[in-house]
Ligand binder design. Sequence first.
Ligand SMILES: NC(=O)c1ccc[n+]([C@@H]2O[C@H](COP(=O)([O-])OP(=O)(O)OC[C@H]3O[C@@H](n4cnc5c(N)ncnc54)[C@H](O)[C@@H]3O)[C@@H](O)[C@H]2O)c1
Ligand SMILES: [Fe+2]
Length: 403
Amino acid sequence: MLFPLQTLFYKFVMLITKIIMFFVPESKPTVLSGEGSSVRLTETISHFGLKKPLIVTDAMLVKLGVIDPIVDSLKEKGIEPVIFDGVEPDPSFDVVDAGLAALKQGACDSVLAIGGGSSIDAAKVMALAGSNDKSPRELEGKFVAKNPALPLFAIPTTAGTGSEVTVAAVITDKTDSSKKLVLDPKIVPLAAALDPRIMEGLPPHITAATGMDALTHAVEAYIATFATKETDAYAVAATRMIVSNLETAYEDGSNMPAREAMALGSFYAGMAFTKAFVGYVHAIAHQFGGKYHTPHGLANSLVLPHILEFSKDKINDRLANLAVECELGQRHEGDSVLAQKFIDRIWAMNEAMGIPKTLDALQAHDIPEIAKAALHEAHYTYPVPKYMDMNQCQALLRKLLPS
Ligand SMILES: NC(=O)c1ccc[n+]([C@@H]2O[C@H](COP(=O)([O-])OP(=O)(O)OC[C@H]3O[C@@H](n4cnc5c(N)ncnc54)[C@H](O)[C@@H]3O)[C@@H](O)[C@H]2O)c1
Ligand SMILES: [Fe+2]
């Protein structure tokens, strides 16, 4: 257990953050959704009078032809995009620097991200650096930039991060293998398209991991002490959509209603956590991503049930609500039983989608360092419902060691 004074200090830090957040202007993208919406977004770009967007994507999506109909549609409207396809999973500042150079060299007037969270996050920081007198690295932190970002648009190709709606971008710092946050309402895209068709070819294991990332956003936002009636409504809707549709999308990627529900669920989860924040699951997952390059969603799915088990006594009522909303049980069963049903459902989803219980890359001798970094990130950034100390965090991490 943490000393009461320490807990009080972290709660004070969170109170200051909450007060600051109150004054942060709200920013939401215009959203187009449904099959074909990714191509329709080009009309929006055209209405803005933009002529030369930098398309930020990854080489795999170019190879699969995912961006082709969007590029063709832009060209039909007299818009000449410059394509930067150098994004890698968990993009580093080097990737953002390279994209920014392409943006400047091509004299681009806007940025269009087409890809998963990695492409959207990299694009967000390129768009912000493109209009500010700061390098991408100098933009790390909260509300650092002075000027609005270049006009930014997003077409998510995974249903996971919700980055198309959030104030955050996560960039890997190769110098210390950590993940750095750029937090700013200026990086919320002007408009986004949630197109299930573009997610059709997403392989099952990525569908599973990214979908569990979205579920983690919804659940962490719902149990966070920053949660409000508004974020609760988004988080509950997202949780329902994801719990009811993720396994279907995993089993049959061409099931458009399931893909559409996942795209919406991921978006609403993003709406919830951009205001209510996340918690220990993300704090630990970021360390796995930075150190071992564990895919972000996979890292979250491994940690989520453990954190819920740890926090259960403080959030029984919240988890019970989620269980009832997801039709896993009925009110008369009582909070404790319902909360356990919700956690068990997460274990079952992981198992049904082949998500392992342990992390192969995890080394016992890394655990103290990972725990220290995770607790630092969580205690100074996230409004967690129950505080954890070093011993508790290390004990939790040891459960993830490969046997
Ligand atoms: N900004 C935020 O609010 C936020 C929130 C959570 C996570 N993140 C960050 O987002 C990143 C992870 O993003 P992600 O989970 O979406 O994965 P990703 O963008 O790294 O993509 C994962 C893989 O899926 C492939 N892929 C993507 N869409 C595809 C499609 N439609 N068809 C076939 N293949 C496809 C990509 O080529 C890539 O190899 C991490 O860096 C994480 O830290 C950001
Ligand atoms: Fe996430």
